[in-house]
Design a protein around this ligand. Structure first.
Ligand code: PNS
Length: 164
């Protein structure tokens, strides 16, 4: 039987939330290795730079020995060619996520026919959570402790104040 060793978890992670961490934790239980890859979504303007987002992720994945952080500013399907037996992991929160995720999975497969995309359904308590919602709440000084890890709350608040 063939096993899939590496899961690539791509995203903007602007910033990483408990929803992302839940997907990372579950993928880390299934796969030998999880690579969290900070990428460019050309449709989004981000609050944090790539380096800052990688730093925030590195600070909150300390408990996972088989999780790494990386970045790539090209196509995801090309990045995946760096790994043997890698699959893409995505979290799905709602039907509204499905359309664009399904489209991306097909495009990625067209570029790299060996590349599979697997979806993990978001845990119920995080179905509402998104990085955009976190940024919006930070702007108005809301308590972020339910949404992002303690270690990065100050960074999110500081950055959102700088931008007001
Ligand atoms: O967290 P996001 O913003 O939903 O993640 C989207 C992301 C960054 C994974 C997606 O935009 C992406 O894969 N960007 C890299 C360029 C690419 O390969 N695009 C897919 C073909 S349409």
């Amino acid at each position: 039987m063939k096993t899939m060793k590496t899961a690539i978890y791509p995203g903007s992670f602007d910033p990483i939330t408990f929803g992302h961490l839940d997907i990372i934790r579950r993928a880390a239980d299934i796969f030998d290795k999880v690579v969290v890859c900070v990428m460019i979504n050309s449709e989004k303007k981000t609050m944090f730079t790539i380096e800052e987002r990688m730093d925030l992720i590195s600070r909150v994945i300390g408990d996972f020995p088989n999780v790494e952080v990386d970045t790539w500013n090209g196509l995801l399907a090309e990045y995946a060619m760096n790994y043997q037996d890698a699959v893409i992991i995505k979290g799905l929160r709602a039907i509204s996520d499905f359309e664009s995720e399904f489209q991306m999975a097909i495009i990625n497969k067209k570029i790299n026919p060996y590349l599979e995309t697997l979806f993990l359904s978001a845990s119920e308590q995080y179905t509402y959570l998104s990085s955009s919602a976190v940024k919006e709440m930070a702007k108005y000084g809301a308590d972020l402790s339910e949404f992002v890890p303690e270690e990065i709350i100050d960074d999110v608040i500081r950055k959102s104040q700088m931008r007001r």
